[in-house]
Design a protein around this ligand. Structure first.
Ligand SMILES: CC(C)(COP(=O)(O)OP(=O)(O)OC[C@H]1O[C@@H](n2cnc3c(N)ncnc32)[C@H](O)[C@@H]1OP(=O)(O)O)[C@@H](O)C(=O)NCCC(=O)NCCS
Length: 209
């Protein structure tokens, strides 16, 4: 059986593959290699309490350097293989090889064929909140995902009490599409989530009934 052609305008493996994929006025969105392992580890360690309440349980070795060195290599592989795009945010104005990781943006669960859909997740260092940095990063990442990767729909889900995340999604034009009971297991408990989505701006309107 031969591999079916992708519907997107360009396959990820044909994109330029430098660690910096996108830049905004204040941040770089990067796909760094193992050399950024220590900086990624520092980010997750420094933000363990800040991010923990919103994320599923992590593997036992999540807070180790070996995990992050391998994980960053696998993230690059996932992008080349059209499975996921996991980006690290780094401030501009610091040399890329030295810049700290201040957040992450991930598009996962790539579904091609007639769906052309993926799932968005993100987190920001607690010291960088409240400045519009995540909105700015997503304003660059989302057009890339629609226009360059050819997706049609992005899903993003949040805990009902996650006011900051809900506001960021609203600002970006995501619409609430539903409410899922016991959606994700966080901290040993099944937690309800608000389901939101953004459809590519050039999507055709629904046909009249
Ligand atoms: C969700 C999260 C990324 C949002 O961070 P954030 O900094 O509030 O996000 P934004 O980039 O949208 O910034 C909005 C804030 O910056 C302010 N701001 C300043 N300049 C701004 C600008 N140019 N544009 C937009 N907002 C701006 C806004 O007023 C707002 O602050 P406020 O809530 O105090 O009013 C962050 O809270 C986080 O990491 N939370 C933990 C992990 C998490 O929840 N992940 C998502 C799981 S669903």
């Amino acid at each position: 059986m031969s591999r079916p052609p992708r519907l997107g305008p360009q396959s990820p493996s044909s994109l330029p593959f430098s660690p910096t994929l996108l830049e905004t006025a204040r941040v770089r969105l990067c796909l760094p290699g193992a050399d950024a392992g220590l900086r990624a580890l520092t980010y997750v360690k420094d933000n363990r309490e800040h991010l923990g309440p919103f994320e599923p349980e992590r593997p036992p070795d999540f807070y180790t350097l070996d995990y992050w060195k391998l994980r960053l290599e696998l993230d690059r592989e996932d992008f080349v293989e059209d499975r996921a795009l996991r980006l690290m945010l780094m401030p501009r104005g610091v040399a890329p090889a030295l810049a700290p990781v201040i957040g992450s943006v991930s598009f996962t669960q790539f579904r091609r064929g007639p769906l052309q859909m993926c799932e968005l997740g993100y987190g920001l260092d607690h010291r960088w909140q409240g400045q519009g940095i995540m909105t700015e990063a997503l304003q660059a990442a989302i057009p890339f995902v629609f226009e360059r990767l050819g997706f049609h729909r992005i899903h993003a889900n949040h805990l009902p009490e996650n006011r900051r995340s809900a506001a960021t999604l609203r600002r970006l034009g995501f619409s609430v599409e539903g409410y899922a009971r016991d959606f994700l297991r966080i901290g040993g408990q099944w937690r309800d989530h608000v389901l939101t989505a953004l459809v590519a701006p050039d999507a055709k309107p629904h046909p009249p009934r």
